[in-house]
Design a protein around this ligand. Structure first.
Ligand code: SAM
Length: 221
């Protein structure tokens, strides 16, 4: 039995994914006045994300179950003790990562989110999952909240906030990534600059797409 498959976490994740399915219609209506091109532009923009995520503040926008399980397995496989996450939302991916820390024997997960109502939801969910003691939620824009106070080494980084900021957030944290650290980027296709960086053989990463919307990269140096 693992923390992920036991109680209270497994039934909590079932409930949160059921709620996420129900919220799908709300996601559509929050952006109904925007064309697909406009949504894509906001998603990639370094400024338009504020409006986009403001509209989506009531919906979880969570990673898939498969990506959650991948995150848990990667964190367990490298015995991660220090994890950083960009984009907390309701804390669903955070629950998977914190469960891995628990099963690794402990550690620290720093996650960041600028929508205060989402920070409150994430805190509630992490408390219900019995994992809040492992998690520090930093409220604010990641480019500020992740500037300092980081662990000396980072074992795993999840990028799941504004896609246009993936290269900037990576640049902030890169110095702390240990050799063999994983960087997982959700919906990375919306960040071509980021993909160009981690897929270039000269940048110190080995990188591969996974399940069409996730880029899994290993920091080699
Ligand atoms: C796709 S959702 C994250 C989903 C979450 N990782 C999960 O699987 O449960 C992206 C979240 O990042 C937040 N976000 C976007 N850009 C941000 C930024 N620059 N700083 C902090 N949070 C940001 C949004 O408000 C949104 O809640």
């Amino acid at each position: 039995m693992t923390t992920l498959t036991g109680t209270p976490l497994a039934p909590l994740l079932d409930q949160l994914f059921a709620e996420a399915d129900e919220a799908a219609a709300e996601t559509d209506s929050a952006v109904a006045d925007l064309s697909e091109e406009e949504q894509a532009r906001m998603m990639r923009s370094k400024t338009g994300y504020l409006d986009l995520y403001g509209r989506l503040k009531n919906v979880p926008l969570a990673v898939s179950r498969e990506t959650g399980t991948l995150l848990y397995m990667l964190a367990r496989g490298i015995n991660a003790r220090n994890i950083v996450e960009f984009g907390t939302s309701f804390g669903i991916s955070t629950l998977y990562l914190a469960a891995a820390l628990r099963d690794n024997g402990g550690g620290r997960l720093i996650t960041t989110e600028f929508e205060s109502s989402k920070v409150a939801r994430a805190r509630e969910n992490l408390t219900a999952g019995g994992l809040i003691d492992l998690v520090e939620i930093r409220e604010g824009d990641a480019l500020q909240t992740l500037k300092s106070g980081l662990p000396k080494t980072i074992d795993l980084l999840l990028l799941d906030g504004a896609k246009g900021l993936y290269p900037d957030v990576l640049a902030l944290l890169e110095g702390q990534l240990r050799p063999g650290a994983f960087v997982v980027a959700d919906d990375a296709d919306a960040s071509p600059d980021y993909l160009a960086r981690v897929r270039s053989t000269e940048q110190g990463y080995l990188s591969t797409p996974f399940a069409s919307d996730v880029e899994v990269s290993m920091h080699l140096i």
